[in-house]
Ligand binder design. Structure first.
Ligand code: NAI
Length: 308
């Protein structure tokens, strides 16, 4: 198994570190355009190998795509992160150019990889990657819902003061502060609806905190977060390479599912060795479907910028 992570910044390096520690790959390549950073970070990571007890071949590369040849999975994190006060959408101009060139370079050396997009605005970058790559739709996956769901579970566990490992919760729709949809109706505490433990006002506050979860961290850190985004990327890769058949919220190409087409948007999917294998139907209520349609409209507006 060969995995490449493009972008050795905060998110890419954290994702690569998690992939190495979980021993998901025989060979892990970290590539960045900035001279020396990927080589430095992989060397630093390799110096933790004897401490953590992992044994993965780590390769750092300054923009030499031949090192990524025959990758099974490629995670793309290259691009600008947002600063306090910025929306993810404001990154589109610069990051579209970066993501397009990275996908083209990757495909010169790897014929049929599964591509995981993390760069923002992620829904639009996934749509772009799908059209540039021309691969089977199941092999293009955007990571946003996995992170947003982890944040939803974090805020639920805090509000209920219970173990986060007993909490299930999913966020679907777009990966934007106003476009994501925390699925309050389906959130459970060990199978029991959380609405039995939280009043409506508190649950609404949890959902609202989840939606601005990234912005809250950007305000505190001065740039966007990396531990949870990197871990979410690695968890998604793990579900693929270990063929786990886990259900995770991922941004995938919709062709009529959830009432939408010609768009990549977050929905629950089964993940396995072929990428996303099946879309799970949550059977949305009228209100949830209206929110999903609104989210799709916002993402579609953003996608239209790509054509200009
Ligand atoms: P960062 O600035 O720490 O790292 C980005 C890296 O990309 C830099 O090292 C830069 O040199 C590299 N890069 C830029 N252009 C490149 C190119 N053409 N080829 C190769 N490498 C290139 O940023 P950070 O915090 O790691 O965030 C990366 C991206 O991930 C941002 O767009 C951010 O908004 C996004 N993000 C997405 C999340 C999600 O849930 N989908 C969560 C958090 C961040």
């Amino acid at each position: 198994m060969k995995i490449t992570v493009v972008g050795a910044g905060a998110v890419g390096a954290t994702c690569a570190d998690n992939i190495a520690r979980k021993e998901l790959a025989d060979e892990l390549v970290l590539l960045d355009i900035k001279e020396g950073i990927a080589e430095g970070k992989t060397l630093d990571m390799f110096q933790t190998a004897s401490l953590f007890g992992f044994d993965t071949k780590l390769v750092g590369s300054t923009n030499d795509y031949s090192k990524t040849a025959n990758s099974d999975v490629v995670v793309i994190t290259s691009g600008l992160p947002r600063k306090p006060g910025m929306t993810r959408e404001e990154l589109i101009g610069v990051n579209a150019g970066i993501v397009k060139s990275v996908v083209e370079n990757i495909l010169k050396f790897s014929k049929n990889p599964i591509i995981v997009i993390i760069s923002n605005p992620m829904d639009t970058m996934t749509y772009l990657a799908k059209s540039v790559a021309g691969l089977d739709k199941h092999r293009i996956i955007g990571m946003g819902g996995t992170l947003d769901s982890a944040r939803f579970k974090c805020y639920l566990a805090k509000a209920m003061d219970v173990s986060i490992n007993d909490i299930h919760g999913t966020v679907i729709g777009g990966h934007g502060d106003t476009t994501m949809i925390p699925m309050k109706r389906l959130a459970t505490y060990n199978g029991v609806p959380v609405s039995q433990f939280l009043d409506a006002e508190t649950l609404d506050k949890v959902a609202a905190d989840t939606m601005v979860g990234g912005a809250t961290l950007t305000g505190l850190l001065g740039t966007s977060a990396w531990y949870a985004p990197g871990a979410a990327g690695a968890a998604l890769v793990e579900a693929i390479v270990r063929d786990e058949k886990k259900i995770m919220a991922c941004c995938v190409s919709l062709e009529g599912e959830y009432g939408q087409s010609d768009i990549c948007l977050g929905v629950p999917v089964v993940l396995g060795k072929n990428g996303w294998e099946k879309i799970v139907d949550y059977k949305l209520t009228e209100e949830e479907q209206a929110a999903f349609n609104k989210s799709a409209e916002a993402v579609r507006n953003m996608n239209s910028v790509l054509a200009t």
